[in-house]
Ligand binder design. Structure first.
Ligand code: HEM
Length: 462
């Protein structure tokens, strides 16, 4: 159409949400709209359009990399204001994406987790010390808050040798507070009324973004000054400073490295901490599942007071891993990802889509597709039994996105989260002291809001 909007098949619902009041958890509204308008509808917001897609059938088509690719839609363009050409927000055809991807891929292969394992364990023990202290004093624990401390310290140390020391602080590290405000700016900027003045918020955002860049520049400068970048690449920063591209021999430039560090700090902690928090929530609510996970860890670590999980142990925690998967099915903590057509085409044989139209996959709805059976709201880790998994489309479960732009940190997240979850259920009884009712908090990623647990040491199994 001449006004820049899409000509849609009349059977595709068009929903203009510009007049609706802004909501604090956009994913819930998208889910509601999808329930009302079906597996594909065109959403308009202040003249901008995006297609929202929920069904497995359509997502399988969108996963075809010949026809579709990652879109940097409005939300990611906003994040790009502070992560630039880092992996997550780089355009597909930007040379720095492929360069960084090729250089960093080996650092994220499953085998590389052996390198990060000791650091992950060290930080897991910081969390356990903090939880022991609180439970001994009869205090409850702030689950999402402490999971975020744990994942941030882990990616800081494993990635860049930078210690946020989060467990020694009552308030989050200022870096985290600035990062959360930047993410909030990126999320709410999309829904702004264009007629109002937003310059004050934009200036505050700019200050936060400059602060993030400043902190990271100091970390990089310290590493360069130490001369360590010429040594073996024992963490991501060392790798980025030292590595040359395997084929063309180029290196990452300093500005790109800064963008990658900010990207990894953001992408590498909020999502994993949310996944752990949801998993603990479901375990606290499902004693039979909790018992099953406890049996698994007891079989490995018996009644040792302080087990020393090995790298191999983490691979043996199959049921623990299924619990995490099931938590990520119900609440994929990066609740959507976007695609766009490489050329004009018909999605599902009926919906005209063109390059430039962002197509959002509502992962929360995909994960409730009829392919999951009659009771998709039910927490049931046996959905991830190997036989049942093999019988399902690989695209029915996409918490890490799809294609070559899928999550590079998947193994990192799963190793870190599986180990910690195993250690926690081995050590504590999880007491749902306030009969917590799940509510979500969204800052692009989602997590349980205000979720606390009381803890008690487990008595050794008879
Ligand atoms: C990309 C989810 C943990 C680094 C993605 C994407 C998703 C995702 C859905 C694709 C986004 C898109 O298509 O636009 C998750 C979840 C995690 C997790 C649910 C935890 C449970 C991590 C960790 C790291 C990480 C621990 C780093 C250590 C990245 C990066 C990208 C990415 C760099 C961009 C990859 C590229 O485009 O080349 N993640 N992630 N993520 N993730 Fe993760």
């Amino acid at each position: 159409a001449s006004d820049g909007t899409t000509t849609v098949d009349p059977r595709v619902p068009v929903v203009d949400i510009s007049a609706l009041p802004p909501v604090s958890v956009p994913v819930l509204r998208s889910m509601e709209l999808a329930r009302e308008h079906g597996p594909a509808f065109l959403q308009r917001l202040h003249g901008r359009e995006m297609l929202l897609v929920s069904s497995l059938e359509l997502v399988e088509e969108l996963a075809d990399e010949e026809r579709f690719t990652k879109a940097i839609g409005p939300a990611l363009q906003n994040v790009r204001e502070f992560t630039g050409d880092g992996l997550f927000t780089a355009y597909n055809d930007e040379p720095n994406w492929a360069r960084a991807h090729d250089i960093l891929m080996p650092a994220f292969a499953l085998g590389s987790m052996r390198t990060y394992h000791p650091v992950m364990l060290k930080v897991a023990r910081r969390l356990i010390e903090a939880w022991d202290r609180r439970s001994a004093a009869g205090l409850t624990v702030d689950v999402p808050g402490d999971m975020t401390r744990m994942t941030l310290d882990t990616i800081g140390l494993a990635g860049f040798g930078f210690d946020f020391g989060s467990f020694e602080r009552d308030e989050p590290h200022p870096f985290v507070e600035a990062m959360v405000r930047c993410l909030d700016w990126a999320m709410t900027r999309q829904t702004r009324n264009p007629e109002l003045d937003h310059s004050e918020r934009d200036a505050a955002f700019r200050r936060d973004a400059d602060y993030l860049a400043g902190v990271v520049d100091e970390v990089i400068a310290a590493r360069v000054a130490s001369g360590a970048e010429t040594g073996p690449a024992e963490d991501l920063l060392g790798l980025m400073l030292g590595a040359v591209h395997p084929v063309d021999g180029t290196r990452l430039d300093i500005e790109n490295i800064r963008n990658q560090v900010i990207t990894f700090l953001i992408a590498g902690h909020e999502t994993t901490s949310g996944a752990l928090s949801f998993a603990l929530h479901y375990l606290a609510k499902h004693p039979a599942e909790l018992r099953r996970v406890q049996q698994e860890v007891d079989a490995l670590w018996g009644d040792q007071a302080d087990p020393d999980p090995s790298y191999e142990d983490v691979g043996r925690l199959r049921h623990t891993r299924q619990v995490l998967n099931e938590a990520l099915r119900l609440w994929p903590t990066a609740p959507q990802f976007s695609r766009e057509a490489r050329e004009e085409t018909l999605l599902g044989g009926r919906i005209p889509v063109r390059p430039g139209l962002p197509i959002f996959v509502l992962t929360t709805m995909l994960h409730r597709d009829p392919a999951w059976g009659d009771n998709p709201e039910l927490f049931d880790p046996s959905r991830f039994d190997p036989e049942r998994e093999a019988a399902r489309s690989p695209h029915a479960f996409e918490p890490f996105g799809t294609g070559e732009r899928a999550c590079i940190g998947r193994q990192f997240a799963l190793h870190e989260a599986t180990m910690l979850l195993g250690m926690l259920v081995h050590r504590y009884r999880l007491i749902d002291h306030c009969d917590y009712r799940l509510t979500l908090k969204q800052t692009l990623t989602i997590k349980p809001d205000g979720f606390t647990l009381a803890l008690a040491p487990r008595t050794p199994a008879p």
